[in-house]
Design a protein around this ligand. Structure first.
Ligand SMILES: Cc1cc2nc3c(=O)[nH]c(=O)nc-3n(C[C@H](O)[C@H](O)[C@H](O)COP(=O)(O)OP(=O)(O)OC[C@H]3O[C@@H](n4cnc5c(N)ncnc54)[C@H](O)[C@@H]3O)c2cc1C
Length: 373
């Protein structure tokens, strides 16, 4: 028995569900497959900026009635081990969500049929269609399977040597009453600690009764040791008065503008982490995943049912216009040691912490929310 659809979305994360949501009034027959059943865990700190909620038209009150939605109106930042700088805002500048809840909410809301527990394994070209797993016939495949997206792999994509990859690990769990007493982190003010060698940062973040602690680096060098040092630092500072109940988990993903991955092919488009779109300074990947999906949806709607390479080229162009043209050779012009010394000084400065670290790097306040006509 063969199932038929116009658009097959491989992966029901924020990219896949946003694409289905963007196509909800298109009249196209859409099917999503995901290898997991939902709600599922996804390693993530769980920050989303208000722009993501705005772009996706999420009803915040309705969302918060059933899910954790932690408002954030300030940050504590520092170079790890140095004095922390406090930045406060008069309004809510970010939210803390739990990915198991957020991704499930978006997937249910997009109203497209989903086959859970179905892994994408193969695709064969036949005329202007694809036969996926020898059972699903479709005119267009959307690779939304995250960093390890199998569609991207079958397009021949390998991580280029110069692709800039961040590797991040985190732990998230519900605090017991006793742990809540022994945790001095404030829910509405996440703490960010930049690593001394400037290859990344660590975070400690309470959202409601949950806590998320993690660390991301632009290289994989001694990642577990850095994580362990960070946990010890939190304990020494009296922020955590208990041992963590589990191990840290994580994976790699590619930063924006530095990916050499293929984005389109005949009857194929990639979105989200499958392309490699996370913001370079913060590693935020949800917003670019959602925006790439909505751009892809708009291109699909204007394709008149033609999904060959040249009809889909507009997607690649609009992605580059939005996020910049990839240049895996881009390297910092400033010698590392000078950068290090300068950064420690700047991270102790209140103006720099607010205007550059938080406003630009973490909140992307200069990037206006995507608008699709
Ligand atoms: C430790 C860590 C912390 C992070 N913190 C943040 C943060 O706080 N804020 C932020 O914005 N970003 C964060 N990110 C990045 C963010 O998680 C990703 O950018 C985002 O999840 C990308 O969404 P996506 O939909 O492209 O992929 P994903 O969320 O990875 O979804 C891919 C989906 O595809 C499915 N899939 C995979 N393979 C197959 C297959 N063979 N067949 C069928 N289905 C398949 C998976 O089950 C999954 O549901 C973090 C990443 C890490 C590693």
């Amino acid at each position: 028995m063969t199932t038929e659809c116009d658009v097959l979305i491989v992966g029901g994360g924020p990219a896949g569900s946003s694409l289905a949501w963007g196509l909800r009034k298109s009249g196209l027959n859409i099917l999503i497959i995901d290898k997991q059943s939902f709600p599922r865990n996804k390693v993530c700190a769980g920050w989303v900026t208000p722009e993501v909620m705005q772009i996706l038209d999420v009803d915040l009150d309705a969302y918060a009635r059933e899910n954790v939605l932690q408002s954030i109106d300030g940050f504590l930042t520092s170079s790890l081990g140095d004095k922390m700088v406090h930045t406060h805002y008069d309004d809510v500048v970010s939210f803390g969500i739990r990915r198991s809840e957020f991704d499930h909410y978006l997937l249910k809301r997009c109203a497209a049929p989903v086959i859970y527990g179905k892994s994408f394994k193969s695709m064969k070209r036949s005329g202007d269609s694809w036969l996926v797993n020898d059972e699903i016939k479709t005119r267009l495949i959307i690779g939304a399977g995250g960093h390890f997206c199998p569609v991207s792999r079958l397009l021949g994509t390998k991580n280029g040597k110069k692709d800039s990859i961040v590797t991040a690990q985190e732990i998230e769990f519900e605090l017991t009453e006793e742990q809540q007493q022994k945790c001095s982190l404030k829910a509405e003010e996440p703490e960010l600690y930049f690593l001394k060698d400037l290859s990344g940062y660590a975070w400690a973040f309470r959202k409601g009764e949950y806590i998320n602690i993690g660390l991301g680096r632009e290289d994989n060098h001694k990642l577990s040791e850095h994580v362990q040092d960070f946990v010890e630092h939190l304990k020494r500072e009296g922020k955590l008065g208990f041992d963590l109940p589990d191990r840290f988990k994580g994976h790699a993903y590619i930063l924006q503008n530095q990916s050499s991955r293929k984005i389109i092919d005949d009857g194929v488009m990639l979105i989200g982490d499958a392309v490699g779109l996370a913001y370079p300074q913060s590693g935020e990947g949800i917003r670019p995943a959602v925006e790439s999906a909505l751009i892809a949806a708009d291109v699909i709607k204007h394709c008149d049912g033609k999904y060959d390479l040249s009809s889909l080229a507009g997607y690649r162009d609009r992605l580059h216009a939005r996020f910049g043209t990839p240049n895996p050779n881009r390297r910092s012009w400033m010698p590392h040691r000078i950068k290090q010394a300068l950064a420690r000084f700047l991270l102790g400065n209140k103006w720099f912490s607010r205007r550059v670290v938080i406003d630009q790097w973490f909140l992307q306040r200069k990037q206006v929310p995507l608008q699709i006509e």
